[in-house]
Design a protein around this ligand. Sequence first.
Ligand code: PMP
Length: 409
Amino acid sequence: PAPEPAAFSRDALADVQEHYYADPPRIERGWRQHLVDVNGRAYLDMVNNVAAIGHAHPRLTEAVSRQLALLNTNSRFNYRAIAEFSRRLADLAPDPLDTVFLVNSGSEAVDLALRLVQVATGREEMLCVAEAYHGWTMASDAVSTSTADNPNAMATRPAWVRPVPAPHRDPDALAKALAMVGEPAGFIAEAFYGNAGGIPLPDGYLAALYAEVRAKGGLCVADEVQVGYGRLGRHFWGFEQQGVVPDVITIAKAMGNGHPLGAVITTREIAETYRRVGYFFSSAGGSPVSCVTGMTVLDVIEEEGLQANAARVGDRLRDLMEALAAEHPIIGAVHGLGLYMGVELNRPDGSPATEETSAICERMLELGVVVQPTGDHLNILKIKPPMVLTEDSAAFFAAALARTLAEGW
Ligand code: PMP
C-alpha cells in the first residue's frame, strides 16, 4: 500500500465514517432524483446509484404491484418472467456470454462469480485490485481491500486472495501486476474504481492483464455492479471503456432500482462445468417479482433513453465541475464518465482534504443536496445520481457547491 500522507488522520476518517454511515438524513420518500425527509424537506439526490430510473417510478410501481398480485415464488418453477429476463440480460452481454444466474445482491453475484471461476479452472488463487470494493459476503469481502470500507481488509484476507497494486497510486502498477500473475484461477476488477471515487483504470490496463491471466489459464471477471448498466453514458458496460470482453460479468444495484436483484452472466461452458460439480439455488433470486422488476427497469432505461441522458447530463456536469476546479484549487481532479463521477478534494500540499470534504458535504446537505465522501481517504465527492438527472439539477448541484466553496465551508 502507498504510504499515508502525513496530514492524513485516521481519527478524522473515523469521524467522517461515523457521521455519514451511522447518521444519514432520515429520508421518508423519493421522487425521480429527489428525496424528502421526515420533516418534509426536499433534497437533490446526487449519490443514489441504486435508484437508476429514479425514485418511485410509477411504471415500476405498477408492474411490480401487478406481479405481486399474480405470483411470487422461488425459482424452482419455470415461469415466463425468468426465461424472458434471462434472455434479455444474455442479449445485453457480449458473445459468447449467454448464460445467466439470478441472485439477490452484488455481493452474492461476486461470490458466485468467484466460485464459477475457481471450479472451472480447478484452481484457487484470485487476483484482485488493491483498494477496490466487491461486497461484504465471505468471498466478495475477501477480494475487497478498500480500507475505507473495511479497515482490517489487508490483515484479514485469506491466502487465496492476491491484490495487485492500485494503479491510481503507483505508476508501475501494471508492470508489477503482470509480474504477479502466476497460475491464478482468475482476476476480478471493475473498469473504474467505484469506491475509490470513480477513478478510471489506465488505458490498456485490463487488456494487458486479461491477456496475461488467460495466457496462464485463468479467467477474468468484470464487476459491473456499480459501473455497468448505462450510467457511463458512452457505454452500457464499464469493460467496453477498456476494450475487453470478460469471461464472467457481475451486476446488481441499478438492475433492481432498489429491489434486491443481482446476476452473473457467463459462458455456457463455464456454467456447465460448474453445474457438473457445484450447486446453485437461490430461493428469492430470480423470483417473478424480481424478474418483472428487472425487465421494467430495462424497459425504462431503453424507452426513456437514460443511457443517452447520462452521457448528455454527465458531460454538462463535468463542464460545470471543471469550471469550478479552475476557480477553486481544492478541487484536485474530476474523475469518471457520464453520471459516474468523483470530485477529488486536496489540500495545497496535495494531501487528501478529508475533514474539508466532510464539512462541504454537511453544508451541501443544509443547502438541499445529498452528496457524500468516498475514496480510501474520504476526500472525494461521490456523484452517482439517478440516471434521470436533468441539466437543471446538475446546475443546482454546481451552484450549491460553488456557494459552499465560496463560503470557505
Ligand atoms: N461490487 C461493487 C463494485 C459494488 O460497488 C458493490 C456495492 N457497493 C458490490 C459489489 C456489492 O453489492 P451489494 O451491496 O448489492 O451486495
